[in-house]
Design a protein around this ligand. Structure first.
Ligand code: PMP
Length: 406
């Protein structure tokens, strides 16, 4: 008897639940968090260098001094002080924004949900890079939007591939709503959209009447300290920009944001209120105080250094241990390396053997809406130490070499 046949609600679920799939990553977390397993799977930020004692005192003080506000219901758009600070953060990427056009959300994941909710009817097309962020694919599927993937190379999304994808969707009579792109330190591909392509892609979207959704949680985590100019900076009317404090501060607080053209922003606030009433006030105040009182740019520099060392460790280990014919990207920031295995490998079916060999990764198929990616896999280098990273890659190479021997 299957679990389903025991479910008395089986015939009552909405059709949109058909697109909901268990996340390959979440399923892995339980196994991968066992101490003997080197997890190169989840993209968990390395929080150990946060000033926990100071943060604890700040939270105490916040509740003692401003508890009646911090613990109360709040604005569906988010607190003004934080929205002003968010504008300052975005200014680092060349964005000039007004706090009134910012909506605070429960992580940028909620922002993805709200944007899809207000733009997409079932069957509408969202163009997205091949591969693309698994959490966004999950949200798009939940709203029954159809993802059409667009090829990338080492310089990010390929403009000619975008034009071709638009033409073929239009020829098939399909309605395209959004282009979803992660320009910086892509999850999972580890590449960055070149500055030259940014304007080209923005222009294509504008000319074709497609809203560009720029998802940028990693933008400040570039290893050479350079910050790329956001696509939104040069196209405020057609770009919706998503930001997050998850990678630069703390994901557990679940504080992200959307910057949107004014009319879109109004709809987003209504959708935010319908979904959550308001983002948690205490968490917003914690972030706001952190930005106001702590050397947060110094903290980001420390993160960059930690992650750069780990990126170096993983690239060195890949070069040393991977079987011939394996290729990978060279991330200039962020958390991820994207691996392509030689012909004949299947990263999904190999995963159980890898976990037995005490190393975990995410199979490439998780990052495609159409089951491509069986020769690819994503490795995250953000959390384990350089020594553990080397050990993890060595174990992974052992599994691959074992497969070659069969
Ligand atoms: N977008 C991308 C590309 C991500 O990698 C993530 C987190 N892994 C998110 C959005 C969601 O981040 P959060 O909800 O924590 O802000």
């Amino acid at each position: 008897m299957t679990g389903n046949s025991l479910d008395p609600h089986l015939n009552r679920y909405a059709r949109r639940t058909e697109g909901m799939r268990a996340s390959a990553i979440r399923a892995l977390f339980a196994v991968a968090s066992r101490p003997e397993v080197v997890s190169l799977a989840g993209g968990m930020p390395y929080l150990n260098s946060l000033p926990l004692g100071m943060l604890g005192q700040d939270v105490n003080q916040l509740v003692a001094e401003e508890g009646l506000t911090a613990l109360q219901y709040g604005s569906g758009q988010g607190i003004l002080a934080l929205r002003e600070q968010i504008c300052e953060v975005m200014a680092l990427e060349g964005i000039q924004a007004h706090p009134d056009d910012v909506v605070v959300t429960v992580g940028s994941q909620m922002a993805l949900d709200l944007v899809t909710r207000i733009f997409c009817d079932p069957g509408d097309v969202i163009l997205a890079e091949a591969p693309s962020y698994v959490g966004a694919l999950g949200t798009f599927a939940a709203y029954q939007a159809q993802v059409v993937h667009v090829a990338m190379d080492a310089d990010g999304l390929i403009p000619e591939a975008l034009t071709a994808a638009i033409a073929s969707c239009r020829a098939a009579g399909r309605r395209i709503k959004l282009l979803y792109t992660i320009p910086n330190f892509h999850n999972p591909a580890g590449v960055t959209l070149s500055d030259e392509r940014r304007g080209v892609i923005a222009r294509i979207c504008r000319d074709e009447g497609i809203t560009l959704l720029e998802d940028n949680p990693y933008g400040l985590l570039g290893f050479d300290d350079a910050v790329h100019r956001a696509i939104r900076a040069d196209d405020p009317d057609n770009v919706i920009y998503l930001g997050s404090f998850s990678k630069t501060f703390a994901p557990g607080l679940r504080v992200g944001w959307v910057l949107a053209p004014h009319a879109v922003r109004e709809k987003l606030v209504l959708a935010n209120e319908a979904a959550t009433l308001n983002p948690p006030v205490l968490n917003q105040m914690i972030v706001s105080r952190y930005l106001a009182t702590f050397d947060w740019m110094g903290q980001i520099k420390a993160y960059r250094q930690t992650y750069a060392e780990r990126r170096d460790a993983i690239l060195a280990a890949l070069t040393e241990y991977m079987p011939a014919g394996t290729t990978w990207t060279t991330p200039q920031g962020g958390f991820y390396v994207w691996i392509t295995l030689p012909e004949g490998f299947d990263s999904a079916s190999m995963l159980a053997r890898a976990v037995s060999a005490r190393v975990a990764y995410v199979p490439g198929t998780a990052f495609y809406a159409d089951q491509l990616g069986s020769r690819q896999l994503r490795l995250s280098y953000c959390f384990p130490t350089p020594e553990r990273i080397e050990e993890g890659v060595r174990r992974l190479a052992g599994v691959l070499n074992g497969e070659l021997d069969v």
